[in-house]
Design a binder for this molecule. Structure first.
Ligand code: UDP
Ligand code: MG
Length: 312
């Protein structure tokens, strides 16, 4: 067995409908590369037939390997587990649902070979709901502003990385993360290419509204403390303003007399500030929760078994 030159990493969570169409399109692309390759699927605790299908692929398709998780640890952990076991000089990540065309892989490899260490992708004519597109837009802009990074599409998981980047990622042990942003922090020469995007026709999205929010908090808090700083700044401005306001009421009291009619205005202002305070406590909570997770140092994921790896 020759060492793989390209490792293709695919996280799988309840994807029984898309796996066969995926491998039908992905495998010929990999073979056509003309270089040794491996395809590593991580089964992220699927409750459907995904695992059985993957086990069968290990027998049927040379180069296919499977990491089996003990439960559902999330897309990013699934990718990290595969990264740890990958050996290719170039590592590609790809979703299992065929929203991103595997046919783009040769172009991405060419970009790495031309000297880039991270190749991101921008989804041309993105086929998702308006809500998700608008939300992504906001996330992309604010993340770039807050982290000082430059990436147009954080959400698109069709990406290529040079081995150097993967080695750096493998040294990180954070238990909540967002891989494209993590890679970006290690990259010295990233690039982005336009790729096609298809609607999800097989199975359904694994991200509910709630999970999307959790994921975006991972992205925001994992790569920046700007939310905390902004909040501190807001606190300072608020206290200055309220001193001014108190002064105004104090002077008014002597000039016109005590104000009673304005009580509700005062309430409105009060509620506004209470809202900000609760929001701020929430943000602090997000960070504290993550610190707690890191301090506990629990394993980030548990691998039950692997298939197709020829290690002892
Ligand atoms: N996925 C995973 N674990 C999860 C959620 C998703 O491994 O907990 C995988 C999923 O099988 C797919 C990829 O991550 O291969 C992206 O998920 P999905 O297509 O549902 O996300 P969306 O395209 O809606 O953002
Ligand atoms: Mg998808």
């Amino acid at each position: 067995m020759t060492a793989p030159y390209v490792s293709i990493v695919v996280p799988v969570y309840n994807e029984e409908k898309s796996l066969q169409p995926l491998i039908d399109r992905l495998y010929p692309v990999a073979e056509a590369l003309g270089r040794p390759f491996e395809i590593i699927f991580t089964n992220d605790g699927s409750r459907d037939r995904s695992l059985e299908m993957l086990q069968e692929y290990v027998q049927r398709y040379p180069g296919v390997k499977v990491v089996e998780f003990n439960g559902n640890f999330g897309q990013h952990m699934a990718i990290l587990a595969a990264f740890e076991r990958s050996t290719g000089e170039i590592v590609i990540t790809l979703d299992a649902d065929l929203q991103n065309p595997p046919e783009e892989i040769p172009r991405m490899i060419a970009a790495i070979e031309s000297g880039h260490d991270v190749v991101g992708t921008i989804r041309e004519k993105r086929q998702d709901t308006l809500f998700r597109r608008v939300a992504s837009r906001i996330v992309n802009i604010t993340t770039n502003k807050m982290t000082g990074m430059q990436m147009s599409d954080y959400g698109c998981m069709l990406r290529a990385y040079h081995r150097n980047i993967i080695n750096n990622i493998n040294q990180c042990s954070e238990s909540t993360t967002f891989i494209p942003a993590l890679a970006q922090t290690f990259s010295s020469n990233p690039t982005e290419i336009m790729v096609g995007h298809a609607e999800r026709t097989l199975g359904e999205s694994k991200y509910s509204f709630y999970r999307l929010i959790r994921l975006n908090f991972d992205l925001m808090t994992g790569f920046s403390v700007v939310p905390l700083q902004l909040f501190a700044l807001l606190g300072i401005i608020t206290s200055f303003l309220s001193v001014g306001f108190a002064l105004f009421l104090f002077i008014r009291r002597f000039m016109i007399g005590a104000e009673v009619e304005g009580v509700f205005t005062l309430f409105a202002i009060l509620f506004f500030f209470i809202g900000i305070i609760i929001f701020g406590i929430g943000i602090v909570g997000e960070y504290v929760g993550r610190i707690y997770q890191e301090v506990r140092k629990r394993p980030r994921f548990v691998v039950r078994k692997t298939y197709g790896f020829n290690e002892p």
